[in-house]
Design a protein around this ligand. Structure first.
Ligand code: BGC
Length: 522
C-alpha cells in the first residue's frame, strides 16, 4: 500500500548520482520517531521555561492572553471583527446565533506590498477607512443596534496574527513583525491603541473591545462548536498554537483571577538558536536571506510562506550538480521566492503516469521545459520530503502541547478531566532525553489505549490555515506523527478539525467576552 510515508517509486531509472543525491536529501529531511521524541521533550521544556518567564532558556513567549472562561455555544450577539495577519485583511460582521450556530458576513481587502512596509499609521488609516466603508455598505449600524454597548458605538474584536505581549484583553504591544511585514512605528507600541486612534481620526464610531492572536481566535471559534477544545493552531502562511493553561502554572501572571487562561505559545520561534531542530543548509540559506533572520526558524520549516523557497533552494542545488534539468535553470527559478508553496501542492497532487501537471507548472510558472520524466519525478520527490517534514514537525508541536496538558500541573490533569496521568507517570516533567521520553511514550500509549472514546475525553484541536486545508497529505502525515508520539488511538482521542473562519468568529467571541467582563466589573 502506498501511504503518505512511502516516497513515490520512480518510473524511470535514475542515475547512480541522482539516486545518491536523493538518498542524502532523504536522510537530511526525514525525521525519525526518536528525533520527534527528542524535539517534543525540548518543546515541553521551553513551554515550561516560557511560563516561568525564563526567556533566557526559552524561545517560546508563552503569552497570557487574558481570555478566560468557557464557552458553551449558546452565546448570542452581533459583533464586528477585523482579521489582519497576511496579504489580505478582512472586516466581518459575525452574528452568534446560539445553538453553536454562526452567521458570518465578511469582505476582504488587499494589503499591498507598499502597505506591508509603510508606516503603521498609514496601514491603520487604510484599515479604518475600509471598516467605515464596510459599515456603510452593509448598513451594519441598523443590523446590530440592539447589541451595542451604548447607542453610538459598535464593538469590534481584532484578530492580529503577529507576536504581541498582552497586558489586558484589549491591550498588547507588538514584539516583532513576521511573515514579510515590516511597518515602522509598530514594534513596542500598543496595537489596540494604534487602531483606536486611526478609527477616531477617521471618525468611525467603533470601539476595539478585544485583541486576539489568530490561534486564540481559532481556539475560541472551535470552542463555540466543541466546548472542550484544548488547542487552536494555524498552519498557513505562518504557524502557531494556543492552548488552555491552568493559571496556577503561569508564573508570569501576578494575581490570577481565573482558574484557566488561553496562552499564545508563539511556537514559530521554537528553538531559534537551532540547538535541537535538524536544520539543513537549505533552511539556513532561507533564514539568512529572509527579512527576519535568526528568529521564527521553526515557522520557516513549516509554513506556507517558506516551504516553496526551501524547495527552490534544493532544486537549484541539484541543478548546479547537473542532476536536474540537464544543469539548466531559468530566470524565474533563479529569483527568490518564485517557487510558491501552492506549486508544491499541485506537484504532490499529480499522480498521472507521465506527471503532466508537473510539466505544466514547471513550464507555465517557472519557464522550465522538463522534457525528461526523470526530472519531474525528482521535483516531486523533493516536494514530498519538504512537505512531509513540515507535517511531522507540526505533529510534534501539537503532541508536545497535549502532553504538557496531561502532565501533572497541566490543565488537562485538573479536576473533572477524565484522562489523567498518575503520579508515577510524571516523566513529562523531566528534561529532554530520548530514553526518558521513550518511557513517556509507553505511558501515553498505555493510557490512550485503555481510554474509552466519548466526547468528554476527546482533546479537540481546532485548526485553520491554507497548508493544513490545501496541502495534499498534510493532515494524514500529521496524524502519522501524532500516532508515533501519542499512541495508536491518537487519531480518535486527539481529533484534528478545521475551525471554519477561526479568526473572524473568534474575534467576535473575544469581543463578546470582553464586553461581558466590562459589564461585570462596572
Ligand atoms: C505569528 C503568529 C501567528 C502565526 C499564524 C506567525 O508568524 O508570529 O502570531 O499566530 O504566524 O498566523
Amino acid at each position: 500500500m502506498l501511504t503518505s510515508s512511502t516516497p513515490a517509486k520512480p518510473h524511470t531509472k535514475w542515475s547512480d548520482k541522482q539516486s545518491k543525491a536523493l538518498a542524502d536529501l532523504t536522510e537530511e529531511f526525514t525525521l525519525s520517531t526518536a528525533q520527534l521524541e527528542h524535539l517534543t521533550a525540548a518543546f515541553i521544556d521551553q513551554m515550561q521555561s516560557g511560563l516561568a518567564g525564563d526567556h533566557k532558556s526559552s524561545d517560546l513567549a508563552m503569552i497570557p492572553t487574558f481570555v478566560s472562561g468557557r464557552l458553551d455555544g449558546q452565546e448570542r450577539g452581533s459583533y464586528l471583527a477585523l482579521d489582519l495577519g497576511g496579504t489580505n485583511f478582512r472586516v466581518c460582521l459575525i452574528t452568534l446565533k446560539g445553538n453553536h450556530d454562526v452567521e458570518p458576513n465578511s469582505e476582504s481587502f488587499k494589503v499591498t506590498e507598499h502597505l506591508q512596509e509603510a508606516h503603521i499609521s498609514e496601514l491603520m488609516d487604510f484599515i479604518a477607512i475600509s471598516i467605515k466603508d464596510f459599515i456603510t455598505r452593509e448598513h451594519i449600524s441598523s443590523k446590530i443596534a440592539k447589541h451595542r454597548s451604548n447607542s453610538n458605538t459598535l464593538e469590534l474584536g481584532f484578530t492580529f496574527s503577529f507576536p504581541v505581549t498582552q497586558t489586558a484583553i484589549d491591550a498588547g504591544m507588538l514584539l516583532r513583525w513576521t511573515k514579510g511585514f515590516n511597518c515602522p512605528g509598530a514594534v513596542g507600541s500598543d496595537i489596540v491603541q494604534l487602531l483606536q486612534e486611526a478609527l477616531d481620526r477617521k471618525e468611525v464610531k467603533v470601539h476595539v473591545a478585544a485583541l486576539v492572536n489568530d490561534t486564540v481566535g481559532t481556539l475560541l471559534a472551535h470552542s463555540y462548536k466543541y466546548p472542550n477544545t484544548f488547542i487552536g493552531a494555524i498552519f498557513g502562511t505562518g504557524t502557531n498554537g494556543a492552548y488552555v493553561e491552568a493559571t496556577r502554572s503561569i508564573k508570569t501572571m501576578p494575581t490570577p483571577t481565573a482558574k484557566e487562561m488561553i496562552i499564545n505559545i508563539e511556537w514559530g520561534n521554537f528553538d531559534k538558536d537551532k540547538r535541537f531542530l535538524p536544520v539543513t543548509p537549505f533552511d539556513n540559506k532561507l533564514d539568512r536571506e529572509s527579512i527576519n533572520p535568526g528568529v521564527h526558524v521553526f515557522e520557516k520549516m513549516i509554513s506556507g510562506m517558506y516551504l516553496g523557497e526551501i524547495t527552490r533552494n534544493i532544486l537549484l542545488h541539484l541543478i548546479d550538480r547537473r542532476l536536474l534539468f540537464d544543469g539548466t535553470s531559468s530566470q524565474k527559478l533563479n529569483a527568490h521566492w518564485s517557487f510558491k508553496t501552492e506549486f508544491m501542492s499541485q506537484i504532490e497532487s499529480d499522480t498521472s503516469p507521465n506527471l503532466t501537471s508537473i510539466a505544466q507548472i514547471l513550464k507555465q510558472k517557472l519557464e522550465i521545459c522538463s522534457k525528461a520524466q526523470i526530472d519531474r519525478e525528482i521535483v516531486k520527490a523533493v516536494c514530498e520530503l519538504v512537505g512531509k517534514r513540515a507535517a511531522r514537525l507540526s505533529a510534534m508541536a501539537t503532541a508536545a502541547v497535549v502532553r504538557k496538558g496531561l502532565s501533572d500541573g497541566g490543565h488537562l490533569a485538573g479536576d473533572g478531566y477524565p484522562l489523567k496521568l498518575s503520579e508515577k507517570h510524571r516523566v513529562f516533567d523531566t528534561a529532554a532525553g530520548v530514553n526518558k521520553s521513550e518511557t513517556a511514550v509507553e505511558k501515553v500509549h498505555e493510557r490512550t489505549d485503555s481510554a474509552v472514546v466519548h466526547d468528554g475525553n476527546l482533546i479537540h484541536v481546532g485548526i485553520d490555515g491554507s497548508v493544513f486545508k490545501l496541502y495534499p497529505h498534510f493532515e494524514e502525515r500529521m496524524v502519522e506523527g501524532l500516532t508515533e508520539l501519542l499512541g495508536s488511538r491518537a487519531k480518535d482521542l486527539v481529533p484534528l478539525n478545521i475551525a471554519e473562519d477561526g479568526s473572524g468568529v473568534g474575534a467576535a467571541l473575544a469581543a463578546l467576552i470582553a464586553t461581558k467582563n466590562a459589564v461585570h466589573s462596572r
